[in-house]
Design a protein around this ligand. Structure first.
Ligand code: KIV
Length: 281
């Protein structure tokens, strides 16, 4: 809380200094209502480019645009008071050069009010991360399975098994050295997730990584059971909202067809109300 009693959002330096402390609770959100719920329980809310798949029905995150990220970022911002808001840089908006990354990341920050951006890539993105951080843009990095490179990987396959573990470790070290304040580790073996967490100086945020990570993140639609296109092993479903929604819509359709909805309690009488208090009465 500030001296004026106004809640202050968690900052990237506070996240960085939480290394080795209490686990960071992170979740994605794409809308104001979901952001309000996440804000009550989470430290970091990510407007992930997974929005393309779980909200817009795209086959991968590759079709997500900067405008989509900004629109969802603005919606999420309205629902947050205390969590750190991070917005994903979509495919093609940052890889060309540090200058391109700065131009687009500064637009994301200006137009959404987020506290940081996230971008995918390790050693190859270190120069860009350094450039952004030096110009006041906090960066969360993302290594291991980076979904924007799904075609290059040949699918959503576990990264860093055996000898390949060195590459992922070097990626995590490179983004930490470049000034990222935290790093998402996606779909790597448990032992590698633990090793990277021990060896890099910034908090690791695992998704399909290891319980030893400094924090965990899930895609909100996955953990609420609202996305069924595929179910990665690392997703724990904490609810089955998709099933509940299906049952509710089926009940509505049944009641409309058999004319039991709307009931008397949902329709208006002829009589004028005695005292008009609300426009809807
Ligand atoms: O886009 C996203 O939701 C992400 C998380 C899976 C970390 O990048």
């Amino acid at each position: 809380m500030s001296a004026t009693g106004k809640q202050i959002a968690l900052t990237p330096p506070q996240v960085a200094s939480s290394k080795g402390g209490n686990p960071l609770v992170c979740l994605t959100a794409y809308s104001t209502p979901m952001a309000r719920i996440a804000d009550r329980h989470c430290d970091i809310v990510l407007v992930g480019d997974s929005v393309g798949m779980v909200v817009h029905g795209l086959e991968s995150t590759l079709g997500v645009t900067l405008d989509m990220m900004i629109l969802h970022g603005q919606a999420v911002r309205r629902g947050l008071e205390r969590s750190l808001m991070v917005v994903d840089m979509p495919f093609g908006s940052y890889e060309e050069s540090p200058q391109q990354a700065f131009r687009n990341a500064s637009r994301v920050m200006r137009e959404t009010g987020c506290g940081a951006v996230k971008l995918e890539g390790g050693q190859s993105m270190a120069e860009t991360i350094r450039f952004l951080v030096a110009r006041g843009i906090p960066v969360m990095a993302h290594v291991g399975l980076t979904p924007q490179a799904v075609n290059a990987f040949g699918g959503y396959v576990v990264q860093g098994r055996g000898e390949d573990g060195k590459r992922v470790l070097l990626d995590a070290q490179a983004v930490a050295d470049a000034g990222a304040f935290s790093v998402v580790l996606e779909k790597v073996p448990d032992t590698l997730g633990r090793q990277i967490t021990e060896q890099v100086s910034i908090p690791t945020i695992g998704i399909g990584a290891s319980a030893a990570c400094d924090g965990q993140i899930l895609v909100v639609d996955d953990m609420l059971g609202m996305f069924d296109a595929f179910r990665p092993k690392f997703v724990k479903r904490y609810a089955e909202l998709g099933e509940m929604a299906d049952e509710a819509v089926a009940a509505y359709a049944r009641e409309v067809r058999n004319r039991s909805f709307p009931g008397q309690e949902h329709v208006f009488g002829d009589a004028m109300p005695k005292q008009v208090r609300e426009p809807s009465s």
